[in-house]
Design a protein around this ligand. Structure first.
Ligand SMILES: Cc1cc2nc3c(=O)[nH]c(=O)nc-3n(C[C@H](O)[C@H](O)[C@H](O)COP(=O)(O)O)c2cc1C
Ligand code: SF4
Length: 437
């Protein structure tokens, strides 16, 4: 069980039931659970989609695609069954919010699946849970059993005449199966490698049927939207960036944790006020704004950023998955780039050459460079290798490895120069090696 944190600036919507025992169905129902489903069962599918469109809910998995629009891409009629998939693979470094939702409020995810299914005409949902989150499978299995026993899942849900099955499924511990098409391959019992697109999942997805795939937090937001109304949810955030978001604050902050804050919240305030500042009065050096796949921000940039999708898009960057990692002045950015690359090299599925070879070369070069074996031309080579992966891989994992690397070289070139000619690393950051190193 993860510890819960709180701050006065939080607006608790998705996290409103955290710590209240809502994993049990009686408590969930006492806290307005399954009321949104009851409401949705009386609505037309288009009305549900429109409510979600009004909410300006954007996918919380990383890409920030408008959820209502995604649902509207699913064809109304199809000659194959339609599916709703929950992406609970949560493996992006720095991101740990879906875990809390699945642990504290699993019925909100089930209710979100049911409402999404009513909206798109699907009668089957799958909740795909990251392999390492084994304990969450037990929680979800129990929640599904309870929901079935009370008539929210299974035959004739809530006496509506609609049959709706929801299943759980677990991964085997690969970051790549978080990518939506690889997740579908995995769910079909195959090796978790991505599919070529188009066609997109909304048209040809799981077992060839039209499929909606959404992140855990995205779907857990839906029952709240149905109850409070799309407009109210939208009003919590800036235009086109509806609602709140679970930000996972970690790294060099005094009060790390998962905080639910309105979209558009200033990053500086998040670090110094919500996160209680940097330990030992150290200065800020850099921030990973939304999981390791995002462009790194310098301290000066972090001071000016608001945490919403469009503020990042204006800079050609991404808000990402909600994983905010704070790095203090003692952090070695070369070591940090190496740590990030070790992860991507380990997680590359090996399907396409630029990613398989590029991540390996980058890991080797950065290892040598950080150990003091670098030469001047390595610095440009590191950037060149990353640049040659960008946009040239089969799925966005290649981009995810390239983007932080390029931005670290661009923004912290001086630190690479400080490591040249056999000098030992001048910085103090020392972090234990991950298991996959
Ligand atoms: C390598 C890779 C890993 C991903 N991992 C996740 C993940 O763990 N959880 C998730 O929701 N989305 C993940 N995504 C994004 C999904 O492909 C997809 O965009 C998302 O599930 C859509 O849901 P949303 O619209 O609700 O955000 C990943 C993408 C890539 C390329
Ligand atoms: S980019 Fe990497 S993870 Fe994606 S298909 Fe290619 S090798 Fe696999």
């Amino acid at each position: 069980m993860a510890d819960l944190v709180q701050h006065n600036d939080e607006i608790r919507i998705v996290s409103s039931r955290f710590g209240k025992g809502a994993a049990s169905i009686e408590k969930y129902i006492a806290l307005d659970g399954y009321k949104a489903l009851e409401k949705a069962l009386k609505m037309q599918p288009d009305e549900i989609v429109n409510e979600v469109k009004t909410s300006n809910l954007r996918g919380r998995g990383g890409a920030g695609f408008p959820t209502g629009m995604k649902w509207s891409f699913v064809p109304k009629t199809a000659n194959k069954p339609k599916y709703v998939l929950v992406n609970g693979d949560e493996s992006e470094p720095g991101t740990c919010k879906d875990r809390l939702i699945l642990e504290h409020d699993p019925h909100a995810v089930i209710e979100g699946v049911l409402i999404a299914g009513l909206a798109v005409g699907s009668r089957t949902g799958y909740i795909y849970i990251r392999g390492e989150y084994r304990y969450l499978v037990d929680i979800m299995r129990k929640a599904l059993d309870e929901a079935r026993a009370k008539g929210y899942v299974g035959k004739n849900i809530m006496g509506s005449g609609i049959d709706f099955e929801v299943y759980w499924h677990t991964g085997a511990g690969a970051y790549e199966v978080g990518e939506e098409s690889a997740l579908m391959e995995s769910l079909e019992g195959k090796r978790g490698i991505p599919r070529i697109r188009p066609p997109f999942p909304a048209v040809v997805g799981l077992w060839g049927g039209p499929t909606v795939i959404n992140n855990v937090e995205t779907l857990a937001s839906v029952p709240h939207i149905m109850l409070m109304g799309g407009q109210k949810f939208a009003d919590y955030g800036p235009p086109k960036n509806g609602g709140t978001r679970l930000f996972c604050l970690s790294g060099h902050v005094n009060k790390p944790g998962v905080y639910e804050l309105p979209l558009g919240y200033p990053l500086k305030k998040m670090i110094y006020d919500v996160g209680g500042g940097i330990p030992n009065g150290k200065k800020l050096k850099a921030v990973v704004p939304g999981g390791s796949s995002t462009f790194i921000l310098t301290a000066e940039e972090a001071d000016q950023m608001n945490m919403d999708f469009d503020s990042f898009a204006k800079r050609g960057e991404f808000l990402g998955s909600g994983g905010v990692v704070v790095l203090d002045e003692d952090t070695c950015m070369v070591e940090f780039a190496l740590r990030v690359m070790k992860f991507y090299q380990h997680e590359s599925c090996g399907w396409c050459i630029p990613c398989r070879e590029g991540t390996d070369w980058l890991k080797k070069t950065l290892t040598r460079f950080h150990a003091g074996g670098g030469v001047n031309k390595d610095i440009d080579n590191i950037k060149y290798l990353a640049q040659n992966m960008l946009g040239r891989t089969f799925c966005p994992l290649g981009d995810a490895a390239a983007i932080p690397t390029m931005s670290i070289v661009d923004k912290f070139r001086k630190e690479f120069e400080e490591h040249l000619e056999g000098k030992p690393c001048p910085y103090k950051m020392s972090v234990p090696e991950p298991a996959f190193a």
